[in-house]
Write a protein that binds this ligand. Structure first.
Ligand code: HEM
Ligand SMILES: *[C@@H]1O[C@H](CO)[C@@H](O)[C@H](O)[C@H]1NC(C)=O
Ligand SMILES: *[C@@H]1O[C@H](CO)[C@@H](O)[C@H](O)[C@H]1NC(C)=O
Ligand SMILES: *[C@@H]1O[C@H](CO)[C@@H](O)[C@H](O)[C@H]1NC(C)=O
Length: 638
């Protein structure tokens, strides 16, 4: 009896080993056949069990001689692209390499030409939606589907992303940025000309983005602490916008959404039934947030249906959910054969819009502010452009249509581009070779055939620092051979490059995938080689919210830098009195220490959902009225 059980187990084990080994061998053969450099790894980098436990295995593996693991371990470590950048591409002598594990085969590339072809040929290289499946927890959506289902989602949702709504978003972003500045100057410990040291920039930019996305997604007016809703606000909106949760809820809408986003990893990993039972505070927090969020969604859907059925005109503002509901329940539906979303899909899309549009935009503002504090010269140039465009005028009078193009084509746009190049929220874009057939692709100037079903990871972060595709000069900051690891918005003014050009259309175009298409920045600006700058991805599956995100960000920068400068705080090294007594030379030395610390902290960013400072890491700063700077005031100090 015992022996037959043992024998059975032996057979099962042998069979498992055989399956793994033969899968591995076949993947290695396929990798070799591509002709690209390949590395062999014992487990797939995206294997969830590995991702949760890699910290345990890493030191065990590294206890072996370095030569055993240095060629492959890197690709299994989360965040390797941000930590090692060009290193491994250089070592492998190629901008693309293949990784073969027992269960999977994936190409990693930072080759702009390859990336360009892949993003343009959507049917040959669809999105690897399996990696997004978990994000469908509130219903399927435009982000998590492919093929004809995606096409339908994209059609219906993209209707909201038009210039009229971009203009509404611009005005709301101005309001929200002023709310953030007001809050900072109301905090105790500052003066009329300077806030006290701010250690919460990451959190506050998240609130900023959340408040805007509440408006963009749901037509809500969300408030900063201490703000009140204006008289005459729609009572339905008061319910969701006030500082206290409405009856029946334990969180406000903003808190529930922030709570879901904060707890997203927990919600994705832990089973819902189990979560209810777990006695831990993180589980409770996640559970309460999700439960309230779902209730809010159900109420929104209901309220918006009522509005539509009562024939109320659309709200004056961007309201993606309202528009989705109108497209389903409104008049004229069905006549034009327009596809319709299920209720769960309306909620799924509303959730995805908030997820996709929240942290990404917040991080970009956060890092732009830090980089500008860290690079006073860039900050000065930005302020010059803001002055040129707006002078002293009141931001509430700024006109979207009149100003947006000039803003995008100025240092305002250049600073944002430079942040998106260096510290993109999304560092990798997952694609796949269509399961239907092998696909030919020109990689590194040579035609390669990639096997059907192979994974592809576009390593956006590395492509955006790849000297093979970006003009460079030696770094003045570090003396490195290229300046691609330096934050230098001026690079967007360099004349280039025969390569650029944004005008090309995707292969399966001829169809409108929505989103902003215009050129609309100055023709004299630098155009990166196609495929070398993909913070919003590219092609038919590029970011639907790109225009909205850029509009939010330019509004924020213009409002802040019209009146204020941002400086790194130096409390760690000197008190205010000590700084006041310092001469120029001493201040410069002090600021340099703060700059080194800031750079080191930014380099510690990691990706959980998006690339950001995690685990309480932060860079302390102060917001000061222009003219009252302590460090970045005199040209000599810049
Ligand atoms: C700086 C801010 C942003 C960045 C860096 C960013 C980046 C991206 C990237 C890289 C993708 C492609 C993902 C993939 O293929 O795996 C994407 C898709 C998407 N983004 Fe954004 N995004 C930003 C802001 C926004 C905003 C504000 C919204 C909405 C209000 C939004 C909505 C979407 C949607 C709906 C998709 C899916 C499009 C599709 O698959 O057809 N994004 N975004
Ligand atoms: C603030 O700055 C203005 C000019 O920039 C100056 O006139 C004023 O005295 C400053 N106030 C304080 C409290 O330092
Ligand atoms: C930012 O990048 C986009 C995309 O390449 C480009 O079209 C635009 O001109 C850039 N903006 C500036 C100010 O250089
Ligand atoms: C941007 O587009 C508008 C039309 O929407 C056009 O009038 C304007 O000239 C364009 N700006 C640039 C700089 O190309």
């Amino acid at each position: 009896m015992v022996s037959s059980v043992l024998a059975g187990m032996g057979v099962a084990l042998a069979f498992t080993v055989y399956v793994i080994a033969s899968g591995w061998r076949s993947n290695i053969q396929k990798a070799r056949k591509t002709g690209l450099p390949y590395i062999i790894v014992p487990i797939h980098p995206f294997n969830p069990a590995w991702q949760l436990t890699f910290w345990f295995w890493k030191p065990l593996i590294m206890a072996f001689p370095k030569s055993w693991w240095e060629g492959w371990l890197f690709v299994l470590l989360p965040n390797w692209e941000y930590v090692t950048r060009q290193e491994h591409f250089k070592r492998l002598g190629s901008d693309s390499f293949v990784v073969a594990s027992p269960g999977d085969l994936t190409m990693f590339t930072n080759d702009a030409d390859a990336i360009h072809q892949i993003t343009m040929r959507r049917e040959a290289f669809p999105k690897d939606v399996a990696r997004y499946g978990v994000l469908a927890m509130f219903g399927s959506s435009v982000l998590t589907t492919e093929g004809s289902v995606w096409r339908m989602h994209r059609k219906v949702t993209s209707a909201s992303f038009n210039e009229k709504n971009a203009a509404h978003t611009f005005a709301e972003a101005i309001r929200q940025t002023r709310g953030m500045i007001d809050l900072y100057f109301r905090m105790e410990g500052g003066t009329a000309n300077s806030t006290k040291t701010i250690t919460t920039l990451e959190h506050d930019t998240m609130t900023w983005a959340l408040n805007i996305i509440g408006y963009v997604g749901f037509g809500l007016r969300l408030l900063w602490p201490g703000q009140e809703l204006p008289e005459g606000t729609d009572p339905k909106l008061v319910k969701y916008g006030s500082h206290d949760p409405p009856p029946g809820f334990s969180l406000t809408f903003g808190e529930s959404l922030a709570g879901v986003l904060d707890s997203i990893v927990t919600l994705l990993v832990v089973n819902w039934g189990l979560l209810k039972l777990l006695p831990f505070s993180f589980a409770k927090k996640a559970h309460v947030a999700k439960e309230d969020y779902l209730k809010y969604m159900a109420e929104f859907l209901h309220d918006k249906m009522e509005d539509v059925q009562a024939g109320s005109p659309p709200k004056d503002g961007m309201d993606i959910m309202g528009q989705l509901v109108r497209s389903k329940y409104g008049k004229g539906d069905g006549k034009d054969g327009q596809a319709k979303l299920e209720d769960s899909e309306i909620i799924g899309n509303a959730f995805i819009m908030t997820l996709a549009g929240h942290e990404t935009t917040a991080n970009t503002l956060h890092f732009t502010l830090l980089e500008l504090a860290n690079n006073p010269l860039a900050q000065r140039r930005l302020q010059k452009d803001v002055d040129r465009l707006f002078g002293d005028s009141d931001p509430s009078t700024w006109d979207y249509e009149k100003n947006v193009n000039a803003m995008l084509a100025s240092h305002i746009g250049a600073c944002i581009n430079e942040t998106l190049r260096m510290i993109p929220a999304v560092t990798q874009v997952p694609k796949i070779v269509s399961a239907d057939s092998d696909q030919a692709l020109v990689v590194g100037g040579e035609k390669r055939v990639l096997p059907a079903g192979m994974g592809i990871t576009l390593v956006a972060l590395c492509a955006q620092r790849n000297p093979h595709f970006w003009p460079t000069k030696p770094s003045e900051r570090t003396g490195a051979a290229t300046d691609l690891d330096d934050y230098d918005p001026e690079r967007w003014y360099r004349v280039d490059s025969s390569r650029g050009g944004d005008s090309e259309e995707a292969e399966d175009e001829g169809e409108d995938y929505g989103g902003f298409k215009g050129e609309n920045t100055s023709a004299s600006m630098f155009r990166p080689a196609r495929g070398s700058f993909i913070p919003f991805s590219d092609g038919p599956r590029s970011c639907l919210g790109r225009r909205i995100a850029m509009v939010e960000l330019i509004a924020a920068l213009a409002v802040i830098f019209q009146k204020y400068s941002i400086e790194l705080a130096v409390d760690a090294w000197a008190s205010d009195e000590q700084v006041a007594a310092m001469g120029a030379q001493e201040r410069r030395q002090l600021y340099r220490r703060a700059q080194d610390k800031c750079r080191a902290t930014i380099d510690e960013a990691t990706t959980v959902i998006t690339l950001k400072l995690n685990g309480g890491k932060h860079v302390p700063v102060r917001l000061v009225r222009r003219g009252s700077e302590r460090f970045v005031r005199d040209e000599a100090l810049l």
